[in-house]
Ligand binder design. Sequence first.
Ligand code: DC
Length: 231
Amino acid sequence: MRKITIAIDGFSSTGKSTIAKQLANKFQYVYVDSGAMYRAVTLYAMQKGFISKNFFNSDKLISDLIKINLTFKFNPVLGFAEMYLNNTNIEKEIRTLEVSKFVSKVAEISEVRRKLVEQQQQMGINKGVVMDGRDIGTVVFQNAELKLFINASAEKRAKRRFDELIQRGDKVTFDEILKNVQYRDHVDSTREDSPLIIAEDAIEIDNSDMTLEEQFKKIYKITLDKINELS
Ligand code: DC
């Protein structure tokens, strides 16, 4: 079966990574969570004290980019690749609300984007990859054979993220999660460099009222049809 590139974009907490993991699993493709890479750079900036509530020294982060080494290592127990920053597993640390609050600011910086996009393109060079993010169909893989754009209402997305964080034991309120989702929607879609927009050739899917099974069924069919059409 021919291997293709699948680009999945959309607003935060739309369940892109769930779909991407399911597809990667079904087709034996490599899954890459590009948001984890922006989160990892953000965590680095936080650890170094380059970013905090009312302060961001982007110049220091830019000159430190050379020292940031990002890798994914497959965890067979979890069934997906975890994010490593300079050889340390940071999968849990990058999922906090704290990182979510700063990540859109870091993702606005062109130098950061250039470095990460280059690495992402390398990871997809042999096709057979599913990558999710904000600019995958518009910048990273403009020639991807299949582009999906996932959407859902802000309230539904905040509820999903809230449940996830509560389940891990984080102390958060629904209100602050909703505010963060809305704030990131705004920054991600209005930034100058690679804003979140729907690629012309993307298939848009609103999953506000879909179960995970319904969604997978629909997307699996779209993917299979595309592969068959190209084979
Ligand atoms: O998918 P996520 O919520 O983990 O992504 C975290 C942030 O990273 C998101 O708010 C915007 C940024 N991002 C980006 O600018 N480009 C990508 N390809 C992926 C994520």
